[in-house]
Structure formats: structure tokens, C-alpha cells
Design a protein around this ligand. Structure first.
Ligand code: MN
Length: 163
């Protein structure tokens, strides 16, 4: 969809392996670190720790962050595409402030509706990422293990680190 806001998910092997889930909102990438990555199963809630917003350009980064720099380690673009706000009458910014957003992803691996909501008992930065129950939901597919490769280069994180 031309003109639609973008999303990107970067698989990042820093101190620990995580998926950086990022949504373009008002010119920046609002970002969460998801240790286990997204699940297509609507019964699975994935912890998503909100981190600082990133510049849009960062969403195109694939490579190795050098030792000694913040987040040192390999990064691949695991999925990317566009999204649509599913909350009529509420902007993404207002939804983020309220701690509840719903959106539909149009990516290579991830599609359909998703929710992110702040998880009160987890602390200020803790959210839960959950697939909505729709046609794109899958209970029998582990998308993170079946599709480990970069959507930009086809490389896995291991192949990247070996360069
Ligand atoms: Mn990261």
C-alpha cells in the first residue's frame, strides 16, 4: 500500500537474542524488544519490552554492530512491510499513550491483525504482543523457527556472523 506506514522486525543477537519489532509512527520507529519473537498463535502472548524510538533509516540496517558499541552483534531484517491502524477514531500516538494499539500487518511473514498492550504488572516498559484470531492466525506453525532468514538478503543470522 503506497503511503501506508511501515513496520520492520529485526532479529538481533546482542547480549541476548531478540526480535526488534518497530512501527513507523509520526516519522520515527516506535520499538519493542521481543525476546521470543512474534507468534502466529492467538493464544500465545509474547513479552515486548518497549525501547527507545529509532530513526526510520535504522529499519533498513542489516549487518554487524561492532564490539564495544551499544547492541553489538548481528542484525538481520527478519520481516518488513506496511501496517494499518485497526482502532477507528484513535491515532496510533493516542493508542500508544493509552497503552493499547491494534493494527494489521502486511509483511512477508507476518500478516493479519495484532495487538500490543501495556502489561501493568510487568513495569512501565512491558507490553504483550498477541496475534488476533483471524485468517492469518496459525496454531501449527512456529514462524520464527520455520522462517529464520532475512527478507532482504535471504541470509540467516548465523550466516551473517560468519562473514
Ligand atoms: Mn535490539
Amino acid at each position: 500500500m503506497p503511503g501506508a506506514p511501515t513496520f520492520v522486525v529485526q532479529l538481533h543477537r546482542a547480549t541476548s537474542l531478540h526480535y526488534d519489532f518497530r512501527l513507523e509512527v509520526e516519522g520515527v520507529l516506535v520499538s519493542w524488544a521481543v525476546p521470543k519473537g512474534p507468534s502466529l498463535d492467538p493464544s500465545v502472548k509474547r513479552l515486548a519490552m518497549q525501547v527507545e524510538d529509532h530513526p526510520l533509516e535504522w529499519g533498513g540496517f542489516e549487518g554487524v554492530i561492532p564490539k564495544g558499541e551499544y547492541g553489538a552483534g548481528g542484525v538481520i531484517v527478519w520481516d518488513r512491510g506496511t501496517y494499518r491502524n485497526l482502532r477507528e477514531g484513535e491515532t496510533m500516538t493516542d493508542g500508544l499513550a493509552r497503552g493499547r494499539i491494534r493494527f494489521a500487518l502486511d509483511g512477508s511473514k507476518l500478516g493479519g491483525g495484532w495487538s500490543l498492550r501495556r502489561f501493568a504488572r510487568g513495569g512501565d516498559n512491558a507490553w504483550l504482543l498477541v496475534k488476533l484470531d483471524d485468517d492469518a492466525a496459525r496454531r501449527d506453525v512456529d514462524v520464527t523457527s520455520e522462517r529464520p532468514e532475512s527478507v532482504d538478503s535471504g541470509r540467516t543470522l548465523g550466516e551473517l556472523d560468519d562473514r
